[in-house]
Design a protein around this ligand. Sequence first.
Ligand code: GNR
Ligand code: NI
Length: 170
Amino acid sequence: MALLPILTYPDPRLHTVAKPVQAVDARIRALITDMLETMYDADGIGLAATQVNVHERLVVIDTSQERNQPLVLINPEITWASEEKQVGDEGCLSVPGIYDGVERSTSIKVRALDGDGQSRELAAEGMLAVCIQHEMDHLMGKVFVEYLSPLKRNRIKTKMLKARRDTERV
Ligand code: GNR
Ligand code: NI
């Protein structure tokens, strides 16, 4: 088990488009273990492989209060999304300290392989639906700040680069 370093915006590697997982083998199972450990350690409700610089279609999620309901989605595809949308505040482990509103479908259906390589279809609403859409954006190389205005995005970019410089100076 190991904690994996999380890429932070505006790292260009966050814009890589992930490729499908070819086989749910020992390497992928080890990656799932490490990503879950990394997500729980960072107090996140989700983590996409893109964020740990692995460009394969894999995400881990746990939106439970108790932090004991890990969900693994491999090669996820949204099969249905409600026309009804809602704006909710989002944050991202790759953009620490920034929270802003993003419009998402309120409910979705997703087809994906689970950690055993079994195909499943899942219906999601509420926070889980938001989180799945946020994670699937990461797999497409998209970070939530790209939904914000160019003015806000540039302010966030500057703030992140300054924070990075400040840590490097320590
Ligand atoms: O921990 C996270 N919280 C969160 C809150 C609102 C909407 C989306 C998220 S996902 C985020 C973890 C993360 O960055 N996943 O990619
Ligand atoms: Ni994120």
